[in-house]
Design a protein around this ligand. Structure first.
Ligand code: TXD
Length: 309
């Protein structure tokens, strides 16, 4: 039967780092593809030459040709432009929509049974575009954002309380970016809600830092945006699917009435397994949380409307 196959489209910062993480964990053979001639080949060969040191036999190759991506189990899409300082996620919308449209056509042609994990921003909109363009069932088109946002939230909780990141759990809902809705009530340290462990001021500060997490890194880097944690987040989704873990992770998913939302991609907890999204995990929201969530959904829908699909 052989190893599973994961294609990563876009071999830039997030794409290459994701490819390496997948190989490091021995999850699958990886194909990196990019429009830049030679670049994915070069990065893949460099990573391949690390495999004797890493100690596993997963193969990683680079290509410009989608024929080489044929029959992938998962396709992670990171192709596109990254945000620059001062640039909003919406600025990226039209340029990246054009890129993603072309990429999705190739995926449908060569890997019609694959599961797509969208990473390119603006995330919820690009996931929606991929869903519509591919014609795949919603179970097989997901967006990565919540796993990253909740990892950031967890990092800040652990830093604030001086506890192991292992003991932290964080819950975020809604669109990726400024409208993200962290849920402190469901965010815990060793099972205890952080609302019992921190002052309101502390929680608000951490929530705000989480919301601004992407921008904080963009501003520090000067060029480009975060990629280590984003790649780790995409890899966790890949792992949950390939290992059929049935893991509940916050992902951008196409909703059909769940959480009172239809016809939009928005971040909610879903169960990931071999079939992709195996179910949407619904939880009760307080009025305040629901309002924040609905505001976030409205923002996503506004951007979706701009694409005129
Ligand atoms: O939480 C999240 N979802 C995100 C999203 C977290 C981090 C980064 N996020 C977004 O991912 C970011 O805003 C960008 O839209 C993507 C990729 O970010 P990255 O930092 O990896 O950008 P790079 O380094 O510029 O890499 C993009 C690559 C680059 O090598 C281009 O040559 C390539 O994409 N590219 C293409 N590859 C294949 N096919 C086409 N058409 C193409 N166009 C550009």
């Amino acid at each position: 039967m052989g190893r599973k196959k994961v294609t990563v489209v876009g071999a830039g910062h997030v794409g290459a780092t994701t490819g390496l993480a997948i190989v490091n964990k021995g999850l699958a053979d990886v194909v990196l593809t990019d429009i830049v001639e030679g670049m994915p080949q070069g990065k893949a060969l460099d990573m391949m030459e690390a495999t004797p040191l890493i100690g596993n036999d997963a193969r990683i190759t680079g290509t410009q040709n989608y024929v080489d991506t044929q029959d992938s189990d998962i396709v992670v899409i990171t192709a596109g432009l990254a945000r620059k300082p001062g640039m909003s996620r919406d600025d990226l919308l039209f340029k990246n929509a054009e890129i993603i449209g072309g990429v999705v056509d190739e995926i449908v042609k060569y890997s019609p049974d694959s599961i797509i994990i969208m990473v390119t921003n603006p995330l919820d909109i690009m996931a929606y575009l991929a869903y519509k363009k591919s014609g795949f069932p919603r179970e097989r088109v997901l967006g990565m954002a919540g796993v990253l946002d909740s990892a950031r939230f967890r990092t800040f909780i652990a830093m604030e309380l001086g506890v192991s990141v292992d003991n932290t759990h964080a819950f975020v809902l809604g669109g990726h970016g400024d409208s993200m809705v962290p849920l402190p009530r469901y965010s815990t340290v060793a099972g205890v809600p952080i609302t019992e462990l921190m002052s309101e001021e502390q929680i608000n500060r951490i929530v705000q830092r989480t919301r601004d997490g992407g921008a904080e890194i963009v501003n520090l880097l000067g060029t480009g945006s975060a990629y280590f944690a984003p790649a780790a987040a995409a890899t966790q989704m890949v792992e949950a699917i390939l290992q059929d873990k049935k893991k509940i992770l916050p992902c951008a998913a196409y909703l059909e009435g769940e959480y009172g939302v239809s016809d939009a991609y928005v971040g909610v907890p879903v169960q990931l397994g071999a079939g992709g999204m195996e179910s949407v995990f619904e939880i009760e929201l307080t009025d305040e949380e629901r309002t924040a969530f609905e505001d976030s959904v409205a923002e996503v829908k506004e951007s979706i409307a701009k694409l005129d699909l």
